[in-house]
Ligand binder design. Sequence first.
Ligand code: B4P
Length: 188
Amino acid sequence: MNAILLGPPGAGKGTQAERLCRSEALLHLSTGDLLRAAVAQGTDLGREATAFLDRGALVPDALVLALLEQPLAGRAAGEGFLLDGFPRNVSQAKALDEVLGEDALDHVIHLQLDDEEILRRLLERGRPDDSEEVVRNRLVVYRAETEPLVRYYADRGLLRAVDARGSIDEVEERVHSAIGAASGPVRA
Ligand code: B4P
């Protein structure tokens, strides 16, 4: 299975991706995590990305695509993947189609959450890019740049809408129902 997790900042993409990749044995590719790792390692790419992350802007497409190139090419034969936080705009989606071919995706899971709950969750998390001002900018960027992907993938019959309110376990159950996963959530 190859899938994308789409949704506003703080909807729980990273949280749900971790669980889904465990239960379905998928390769987890989070562009947010890859960018933060590049920043922490002080690579040239990380230094370039810092200013964008700090103000909640999208990092330029070329940098994000460069980060994904190796992990996507290096995946084991037949290994499914979950893209978490990528694509973030239509141009990234088109680049992905070019790299993988248009039939590569099985599901685009769309986590839906209102702005009030997003702010509550992110202010509680408190990552450096989770200040109220930066989160509000990330939301503006999401509506303008990322939300058009909902139509992009709905038109291709790939969109699976998931209500992201409620507990992490409840959302996980909904994700599994939305994709018709045979295995269901893994419980410790
Ligand atoms: P991301 O790393 O993708 O992060 P995010 O959208 O803020 O969070 P996510 O939805 O994963 O929420 P999480 O599970 O952590 O992006 C960060 C930045 O990187 C972007 O602003 C951008 O600058 C850059 N970037 C990333 N990808 C890019 C791309 N492709 N192109 C350009 N730029 C890119 O959950 C949030 C919090 O809520 C956590 O504390 C979690 O514990 C909590 N939570 C989750 N589910 C919950 C639930 N059901 N109930 C209560 N709390 C919950």
